[in-house]
Design a protein around this ligand. Sequence first.
Ligand code: MN
Length: 241
Amino acid sequence: MRPIIGITGRKDTSARLVHSQMYSVGETYVHAVHQAGGAPVILPPMLAETDWTALLGRLDGLLLSGGEDLHPRQYGQFPEAWLGGVDETRDTSELGLIHAALEMQKPIFAICRGIQALNVALGGTLYQDLAAQVPGALDHAFLMSRSLDQSVHPVTLEADSTLARILGGVTFAVNSAHHQSIQTPGAGLRVVGCAPDGVIEAVELADYPFCIGVQWHPEALVRSDPAMASLFAALVEAASS
Ligand code: MN
């Protein structure tokens, strides 16, 4: 039986239909999970405390998708001028889900905003804007206006990391569509991959069955790079056991 993988969604106001306020998730996330053998379920970004454990009790794994910035109050900072758009309802919804998943030892795969949310849930902090706060940083937001199926910078992984084992190597070309990143890693998070400028691109939770985070978008690379598909296979495999 296919393991059920919950994928966090976002608020979407782009539609001009009767239901102009929608909850959505990029189809590449859904397809990546499905092609890896998981049964994907989209989770709305408005879940309350009573929902977190109820949902996690039925899910076999959690995929944290990309999206807007987390509000800095979640990591004890004030918003700077360069902060992007936020959705505090989603912050509450997602951070609660992460805590519930960690408590229940559910497999977690965190992508882009997801790695940032995972970090904040564990008490870490974020750079609110790399261009403004990290001198010499690459243009990590480069691809926000371009196609996500192109790789733009390398990531080098720790050779003994779970991610290096799954991906079958230590250096990978990745896409990049983020203007924030991890500043201080949260409790238990091991930094296992960085861009050439030192920006944190990959983490793993130590002493935990399966919890990995990447700052890039593997879901958009699964067709061109089989290694990226193996990340979703690893999530599904962890969720099956
Ligand atoms: Mn990047």
